[in-house]
Design a protein around this ligand. Structure first.
Ligand code: DGL
Length: 271
C-alpha cells in the first residue's frame, strides 16, 4: 500500500499549486490529480452541490486505489471533508483548511487573522471555526476575493490590474494603522499565484500563509504516522485527469504547476 499513489482533487487547475507543493516535498511519491473542470467553479455553488461533486471526485480517485486523498480545493475542503470521510473508508483524507488554520495560528502574534477565499469558503465559515478551535482568543476576518480566481487563470498575476484588485480587496482590511491583522491566509488554490500583488497590498510585515505549502507538510507527516510513506528511491509519476478541456487544462495548468503540461498528458474522465 505504501507505494500506491496519492490522490489529489480540485475543482479545476487551481489545485495544481497544491500538487506542485506536494511533489516538491514528496518527490518519490506517485500522484493522481483530478481536476473537475467540467463543473468548475465550486466557489460560487451551494454547499450541497459542492459536497456532492466533491464526494463524486473522491470516489473516482478511490477507484484508482489511492493510499491517501488530498482535497486541494479550499471550497471542497470546507464543505466536503465530513461527507468524504464518512463515505471513503480506510484512506486518510486531508483537506487544506486545517493545515492553513494551524499555520496561521502559529504565525500570528496578535491573534488578529485575515482570510481571503471564495464566496463559498467564506460563507461556510470553516476557516473561521478551525482558527477559533485552535486559538479561541483569535479575531478572524474572512472576506471573499473572487476576482483573484479569474486573474490567476488569465495569467494576470502581476501588474496594474492585479495591484488594483488586490488593493480593492485588501486595503479595507489592512489599510488601518492600528488593529490591522498581522497574518493573512490565502484560502483559495489560485491565490498563491498572486502572491506579489497581495504582498504589495498588505505591506512587508504581514505573515502570508499559503495553504498549499502547509498542506504538503501535513500530508508528509500523516503518511509517516500511518506507515504509508513511499519506499521508492526513484522519482514518482504524476497522472493528470480532468473532466473537460484537455487543451485548456494543459495551457492554464502549466502556469499553476510551474512546468509545461502537454494536452496528451491529460486523461479525460467522467464522474
Ligand atoms: N479551487 C477553488 C478553491 O480553492 C477555487 C476555484 C473554484 O471556485 O472552483 O476554493
Amino acid at each position: 500500500m505504501s507505494n500506491a499513489p496519492i490522490g489529489v482533487f480540485d475543482s479545476g487547475v487551481g489545485g495544481l499549486t497544491v500538487l506542485e507543493a506536494l511533489t516538491a516535498r514528496l518527490p518519490h511519491e506517485h500522484f493522481i490529480y483530478l481536476g473537475d473542470t467540467a463543473r468548475l467553479p465550486y466557489g460560487t455553488k451551494s454547499p450541497e452541490t459542492v459536497a456532492r461533486y466533491s464526494l463524486q471526485a473522491a470516489q473516482a480517485l478511490a477507484r484508482y486505489g489511492v493510499k491517501c486523498l488530498v482535497i486541494a480545493c479550499n471550497t471542497a475542503s470546507s464543505v466536503g471533508l465530513p461527507v468524504i470521510t464518512r463515505y471513503i473508508e480506510n484512506v486518510p483524507v486531508i483537506g487544506v483548511i486545517e493545515p492553513g488554520a494551524q499555520a496561521a495560528c502559529a504565525a500570528s502574534r496578535s491573534g488578529n487573522i485575515a482570510v481571503i477565499a471564495t464566496e463559498g469558503t467564506v460563507r461556510g465559515g470553516a476557516y473561521q471555526q478551525a482558527i477559533l478551535r485552535i486559538r479561541p482568543d483569535a479575531q478572524v476576518n474572512a472576506e471573499p476575493a473572487p476576482l483573484f480566481v479569474a486573474l490567476a487563470e488569465e495569467g494576470l498575476n502581476e501588474g496594474s490590474i492585479a495591484d488594483d484588485i488586490a488593493n480593492h480587496y485588501l486595503r479595507p482590511m489592512f489599510g488601518a494603522t492600528e488593529g490591522a491583522p498581522d497574518t493573512l491566509v490565502l484560502g483559495c488554490t489560485h491565490f498563491p499565484m498572486l502572491a506579489r500583488a497581495i504582498r504589495h497590498a498588505v505591506g512587508p510585515k504581514v505573515q502570508i500563509v499559503d495553504s498549499a505549502e502547509t498542506t504538503a507538510v501535513s500530508v508528509d507527516a500523516r503518511l509517516r504516522k500511518a506507515g504509508l510513506a513511499g519506499t521508492r528511491s526513484t522519482e514518482g509519476v504524476v497522472r493528470l485527469l480532468a473532466t473537460d478541456g484537455r487543451e485548456r487544462f494543459a495551457r492554464v495548468g502549466s502556469r499553476f504547476l510551474k512546468r509545461p503540461i502537454s494536452p496528451d498528458e491529460v486523461e479525460l474522465v467522467d464522474l
